[in-house]
Write a protein that binds this ligand. Structure first.
Ligand SMILES: [Zn+2]
Length: 406
């Protein structure tokens, strides 16, 4: 079976909701393993091609002050696996807001250290952009230090963190060793699971991924899913004193609950994974709706755009490219939704997003092209509930720890 088929099956929602029923199909890289790889690589970084300093640790953050009292931390080498999401810290007169406090405990600890180095004010708000673990599972050190801080998510995110998608990722992670063994084997042989030959760059990439596994595993063991204290259903504004943090919700995009952070006065926009550079991820997403959301973000006055992963941007040109990409996919899904084997054409887009870079091309294929097809078809058929299946209704699954604000 071709790798593409594995991916298609792995992201097919019925498979996702029947995790335990999935059995290895007997191939060297069976369905279960493939699903685990998919889940574990769900958050693969696709960031700017900034070369890593040789000594940069797996979870080392670099900081940049993008406006007065607004700091962004991210790992320089955004392509390295596992992915590290960008964190934004906003320091107001009344308190500190953190947007995406970290996916790994080592990251959350660095964010806390940075806050303490910059201000004596307490963290009052931790906003989680969406349910993917690389944006929140390592943020607990911040909450342990500031237990009064509100933890804010969209209602769907709160539900997905409680059950369903988040739990299934954790189940996949529990079996990561076999996945890594298979990746190691493929890298050594120079042949990927679909039979394609790995370039030297790809071999290096996957070998480093394997070498990084013990560090990743040690951090995984420390990760925690927190319970939000406040959920939102629509755009909300938080006055931090001198800085008004707008939490934008514009409908489904990369997930059904993406929140972006916008500081209108400072003209800073942090998008979460609505925008990921240099190539997007396409798991469980909603391309038609996503395209509209990206266009709305692109229309906001912003001098600084902080993507969920990848280098900070100073204009919306990349967002325009993304919106066009998602639209083309949605158009193709509309035309192909009843086809038995829908054949999407990504060739022009792949060239735009990956250039001659074989690693980026591999990641664009695995983490965007493969998963986006079923997501787009579900959307075209009006069956978006299949894209990120919850094991219950959001209102039942989401039980905020303290209060629900409007
Ligand atoms: Zn992410």
């Amino acid at each position: 079976m071709r790798l593409a088929a594995f991916f298609m099956r792995a992201v097919e929602p019925a498979m996702l909701s029947r995790v335990d029923a999935v059995s290895n199909n007997g191939t060297p890289f069976g369905t279960t393993l493939m699903r685990n790889l998919l889940l574990s690589l769900l958050f693969i970084a696709a960031g700017a091609a900034a070369p890593a300093a040789a000594e940069e640790g797996l979870f080392d953050l670099s900081w940049r002050e993008v406006a007065k009292g607004v700091f962004v931390g991210g790992r320089e080498d955004a392509l390295r696996y596992p992915v590290v999401a960008n964190t934004t810290i906003v320091i107001g007169r009344r308190g500190v807001l953190v947007f995406d406090g970290g996916g790994y405990a080592s990251q959350g600890e660095q964010v806390l250290e940075k806050i303490r180095a910059e201000t004596k004010k307490p963290v009052t708000h931790l906003v989680i952009s969406h349910w993917h673990g690389d944006h929140h599972r390592g943020a607990f050190p911040i909450i342990e230090a500031f237990p009064e801080a509100e933890i804010i998510t969209h209602r769907f995110t709160c539900a997905a963190m409680a059950d369903g998608p988040e739990r299934r990722v954790e189940e996949g992670e529990a079996q990561l060793e076999a996945t890594y063994d298979a990746v190691k084997d493929a890298a050594e042989k120079g042949v990927w699971f679909d039979g394609s030959t790995l370039s030297d760059e790809e071999k290096d990439y996957f070998e480093r991924m394997v070498a990084d596994f013990p560090t990743y595993q040690a951090d995984l063991a420390r990760m925690k899913v927190m319970t939000p204290t406040r959920v939102i259903d629509e755009t909300s504004v938080i006055d931090l004193g001198g800085k008004k943090a707008t939490l934008l919700y514009m409908g489904p995009a990369n997930t059904a609950g993406d929140i972006a952070l916008y500081l209108p006065k400072q003209k800073v926009l942090a998008t979460g994974d609505i925008v990921v550079a240099p190539t997007p991820y396409g798991f469980g997403s909603y391309p038609r709706a996503w395209s509209a959301v990206v266009r709305r973000l692109a229309g906001l006055p912003a001098d600084v755009i902080v993507p969920g992963h990848g280098a900070i941007m100073t204009d919306a040109s990349y967002l325009e490219k993304l919106a066009a990409l998602f639209e083309r996919i949605a158009d193709q899904a509309g035309a192909l939704k009843d086809a038995e084997k829908p054949a999407f054409d990504f060739s022009a887009d792949a060239a735009v997003f990956t250039g001659d870079d074989r690693v980026k091309a591999r990641l664009f294929d695995m983490f965007f092209e493969q998963p986006i097809v079923s997501a787009a078809i579900n959307e075209a058929k009006g069956e978006t509930e299949k894209n990120e299946p919850l094991d219950g209704a959001p209102a039942d699954l989401c039980k905020p720890r303290v209060s629900e604000a409007k």
